[in-house]
Design a protein around this ligand. Structure first.
Ligand code: GLA
Ligand code: ZN
Length: 674
C-alpha cells in the first residue's frame, strides 16, 4: 500500500540529482521547489559509483549532506538504491556483471540497466548496497518510500544465465522427459538427453530474429525465466531493506505495457505499484488510460504512484514535441483519474551533459521560475495542495474487466502464423479503447484473478488458456456473467501446445461453437459483415466457425469469399449468462456498438455519456464519489451534466444541464454516495 500514514496530501515532486550540481545551486533549488509546491524528491537513483568507489569503500558523505538539506527544507524522500547502473570499476574487475546480448556479444561497461540478472557479483553487491542505505538512513522519518533500482528490464544470454535457466527448467519440469513433451522436441529432432544440452534461445541458436523463433517452447520459457530472474534481483534488495526496516514501503518504477516483464507476478512482490508514464506524442488519451488501468490492475485495484512523467518534453523520441499548454496538468489528473495517488516528474533540474540534457525538467537550463513550464507546474502544485488527501486511497469501481496475460502476449507473438500483423496489444486495445471512449470504468485483470466482482469479462485473443481458467469462466457465465472472446482463442494450453479436438479447445462448450479454419487477410484487405443494420469491415483474421449451441447474432455472416455466410458474431446461453464470440477484427464504430449492447444487457452503465474527446472516470471511498472530467479536445466542448455536483477545484456548485469545458479543462466533481 502507498504509505498513507506518512502523507498528508498527494506527493508532488520527482527525480532530483543534486550530485550533478555545485552546492550553491542546492539552496536555489529549495527556493524554487517551495514556489512550485514540490514536497517530495526521489534521490540517489544512479549513485552507485559515488557511494562505492571501490570494492571495500563506501562513502555516504554527499548523500548525508543532501539528506540534511532536504530534511531542513521539509521535503519527503523516495529513496532509491542506485543499482540501476553498476560502477565502471566493478565491470572491469568482475566481467560477469556485464550482459551478453541477443546476438551473443559480451557487452562492455556503459549505459545503464546493464547488469546480468544472474551475475554472482551483482547478487552480492546490489543487496549489500540496499542494506547499507537502509542501515544508514533508518532514522530519517521523511523517507516515505524505497525505490529499488530503476526501470528493471532487458535480458541477458550469458553463460551464467544459461546455467541458471537449466536450474529453473529442472525445477519446473522435474524430468527431461517432461520437458521434451512440453516443448514437443520430437519436432525437428530436438530431443534433449541431458540438461546441459539446453542452450539459451538467441540468434546463435533457435531464433530467426528477436521476434521469431523455431521453438516456441524454449523461447517462451526463456521469457518467463528472464522475468523471474530480474524479479529475483528486485527481491534480494527488497529483503535486504526489510531486514532493517520491516515497515518500509518498497516499490520499483514499472513501465506500463512492458513486454519483457510479467508485471502481474512482479506486483505481488511490491508494497505498492509505481510507474513511469511517457506516452508517445501520437498516443490517444484512451491508450494512455489503458496503461494506467493496467498499473492499477496488477496491484489488485489499489491506487498506484505516478513515479515519473516529463513536465514538458522527452529527449529520446525522433521528434520531441512539447507538451502543449495545459497538457501536463491534464495528464497528471488523468493519472489520478485512473488511480494515481502521486504526481511526480523526471526530473527536477535539467542536466547539462549526456543524453538527457534536453529532457524536460521542472527547472530548465535558464535556471529560473520564469518559464511556461515552471508556471504550469506551480499552478498544479497549488491545486494539489488544495485537494490535500481527499482523493487519496479512493478506489475505482468497475463492472467490466478485461483479461490481460503476459504469457498469452509472448505466446501469440512467437506463434509463427496465422498473421504477422496479429499483435496482442492492438487487439486488446481495440476493446479497451472502445469502452474507454464511451467512459465505462474498466479493470484490467489477470487470468488468475477472481471474476465474480464483474458482470462483463472480456478476453481479447485468448490464445493460451492456462490451468483451470476455462472452469472459472464457465462458472462465471453459468452464474449470470457475460463473457466475450475473439478469434484465435482457446488454441493452446500453458506450454503452447495445441489442445487437439477442435478450436476453441477448452472454451468450446462455453462458446458453443467450433472453429474449423482461420483466414489471414493481408493489410488493407477486408471482408465485411452486418450487425444491427450497419455494415462493418472484417480485417486481420477471419475465423470460419460452426455454431453448435450458440446462435449467430450478426445478420448474414461474412459478405465475401468462399466462406460467405459463415457467422461472425455468436452468442451462447449457458446457465444464467452468455458467452460471445467475435470471429474477426473490425473498426471502432463496431466495437462501440457491440460492447454497448453487451454492457447494457447486464445493466452496466458508463460513468457519464459525453461528447467525443471528453473522458470521465470515477473513484470513491465510503464517504464520497468523485467523477474526473477531462477534456482532451483542443476546443471548447459543451457537455450535459446529468446531475448537480460540486467542483472540487473551484468549489462552485454546478447545476445539472449545460456545462462548457474549455480546451484541456479538468473538473473534479463530487457527488455524495447517498
Ligand atoms: C526513464 C528513467 C529516467 C529517465 C527518463 C527519461 O523513465 O527512469 O531515469 O531516463 O526515462 O524520459
Ligand atoms: Zn547473464
Amino acid at each position: 500500500m502507498i504509505p498513507y500514514d506518512k502523507l498528508d496530501k498527494i506527493p508532488y515532486g520527482g527525480d532530483y540529482n543534486p550530485e550533478q550540481w555545485p552546492e550553491e545551486t542546492w539552496q536555489e533549488d529549495m527556493r524554487l521547489f517551495r514556489l512550485a509546491g514540490i514536497d517530495i524528491v526521489t534521490l540517489n537513483v544512479f549513485s552507485w559509483a559515488a557511494l562505492q568507489p571501490d570494492e571495500t569503500t563506501y562513502d555516504f558523505s554527499k548523500l548525508d549532506k543532501i539528506m540534511e538539506l532536504v530534511k531542513e527544507n521539509g521535503l519527503k524522500v523516495c529513496m532509491a538504491t542506485s543499482t540501476g547502473a553498476h560502477p565502471a570499476w566493478m565491470a572491469k574487475k568482475y566481467p560477469d556483471i556485464l550482459r551478453v546480448d541477443f546476438d551473443g556479444r559480451k557487452r562492455k561497461f556503459g549505459g545503464r540497466h546493464n547488469s546480468c540478472p544472474n551475475s554472482p557479483t551483482y547478487h552480492k553487491y546490489a543487496p549489500r548496497l540496499a542494506k547499507k542505505l537502509a542501515e544508514r538512513y533508518r532514522d530519517h522519518d521523511n523517507i516515505v518510500a524505497w525505490h529499488i533500482s530503476n526501470e528493471f528490464g532487458g535480458e541477458c544470454y550469458c553463460e551464467n544465465c544459461e546455467k541458471e535457466f537449466r536450474v529453473w527448467l529442472k525445477k519446473k519440469y522435474g524430468t527431461i522427459e517432461t520437458l521434451n513433451r512440453a516443448w514437443n522436441t520430437s519436432f525437428w529432432g530436438h530431443t534433449f538427453y541431458e540438461w546441459d544440452e539446453i542452450v539459451v534461445p538467441d540468434m546463435r541458436s533457435e531464433h530467426f530474429d528477436v521476434d521469431r523463433t523455431m521453438f516456441q517452447g524454449i523461447s517462451l520459457d526463456y521469457r518467463r525465466f528472464m522475468s523471474d530472474s530480474i524479479l529475483a534481483c528486485y527481491q534480494m534488495e527488497y529483503d535486504a531493506i526489510k531486514e532493517i526496516l520491516p515497515d518500509a514501503a518498497i516499490t520499483t518504477n514499472l513501465m506500463g505495457f512492458y513486454k519483457p516483464l510479467d508485471y502481474f507476478k512482479w506486483a505481488k512482490q511490491m508494497d505498492f505499484v509505481s510507474w513511469d508514464n511517457y506516452p508517445a506524442n501520437e498516443d490517444s488519451y484512451a491508450k494512455i488510460a489503458m496503461a494506467h488501468d493496467l498499473m492499477r490492475g496488477i496491484g489488485g485495484g489499489a491506487p498506484f504512484a505516478l513515479m515519473e512523467q516529463t513536465p514538458s518534453v522527452t529527449n529520446w523520441l525522433p521528434y520531441n514535441a512539447l507538451k502543449r499548454p495545459g497538457v501536463m496538468r491534464l495528464w497528471s489528473y488523468q493519472a489520478m483519474a485512473h488511480g494515481a495517488d502521486t504526481v511526480m516528474f523526471f526530473q527536477m533540474r535539467r542536466s547539462i551533459g549526456a543524453c538527457e540534457k534536453y529532457h524536460g525538467a521542472v527547472i530548465d537550463h535558464a535556471g529560473t521560475e520564469h518559464t511556461r513550464v515552471f508556471r504550469e507546474i506551480s499552478v498544479l502544485g497549488g491545486e494539489l495542495e488544495q485537494i490535500g488527501k481527499r482523493t487519496m486511497g479512493m478506489r475505482t469501481k468497475s463492472d467490466v474487466a478485461l483479461i490481460m496475460d503476459w504469457d498469452n502476449w509472448w505466446a501469440i507473438e512467437y506463434s509463427a502464423g496465422p498473421s504477422v500483423e496479429l499483435k496482442y496489444l492492438n487487439e486488446f486495445g481495440r476493446y479497451y479503447e472502445a469502452l474507454r471512449k464511451m467512459n465505462y470504468n474498466v479493470d484490467i485483470i489477470s487470468p488468475e484473478d477472481d471474476l465474480t466482482p464483474y458482470r462483463v469479462v472480456i478476453a481479447p485473443v485468448f490464445y493460451m488458456v492456462k490451468g483451470d481458467c476455462d472452469e472459472k469462466i464457465r462458472s462465471f457465465v453459468k452464474k449470470g456473467g457475460s463473457f466475450v472472446t475473439t478469434f484465435f482463442s482457446g488454441i493452446v494450453q500453458e506450454n503452447d501446445l495445441v489442445m487437439p479436438g477442435g478450436y476453441p479447445g477448452s472454451l468450446r462448450d462455453i462458446l458453443g461453437i467450433w472453429v474449423e479454419e482461420q483466414d489471414a487477410l493481408p493489410k488493407d484487405q477486408y471482408n465485411h459483415f452486418t450487425y444491427k443494420g450497419k455494415t462493418y469491415p472484417a480485417e486481420l483474421l477471419c475465423d470460419l466457425l460452426h455454431p453448435e449451441t450458440a446462435r449467430q447474432i450478426d445478420e448474414d455472416g461474412y459478405h465475401e469469399d468462399f466462406y460467405q455466410g459463415f457467422p461472425v458474431l455468436t452468442k451462447n446461453e449457458l446457465g444464467e449468462g452468455s458467452a460471445y464470440y467475435v470471429a474477426t477484427a473490425s473498426n471502432e464504430a463496431f466495437y462501440k456498438e457491440f460492447l454497448k449492447d453487451v454492457c447494457e444487457e447486464k445493466g452496466v452503465l458508463p460513468v457519464m455519456e459525453l461528447p467525443e474527446g471528453v473522458e470521465a472516470t470515477s473513484r470513491e471511498n465510503d464517504q464520497e464519489r468523485i467523477v474526473f472530467l477531462l477534456n482532451h479536445n483542443d476546443t471548447e466542448t459543451e457537455i450535459d451534466l446529468p446531475y448537480p455536483c460540486q467542483d472540487l477545484l473551484t468549489n462552485e456548485i454546478l447545476a445539472a444541464g449545460k456545462l462548457v469545458l474549455t480546451p484541456k479543462d479538468v473538473r473534479l466533481l463530487q457527488s455524495s454516495l447517498n
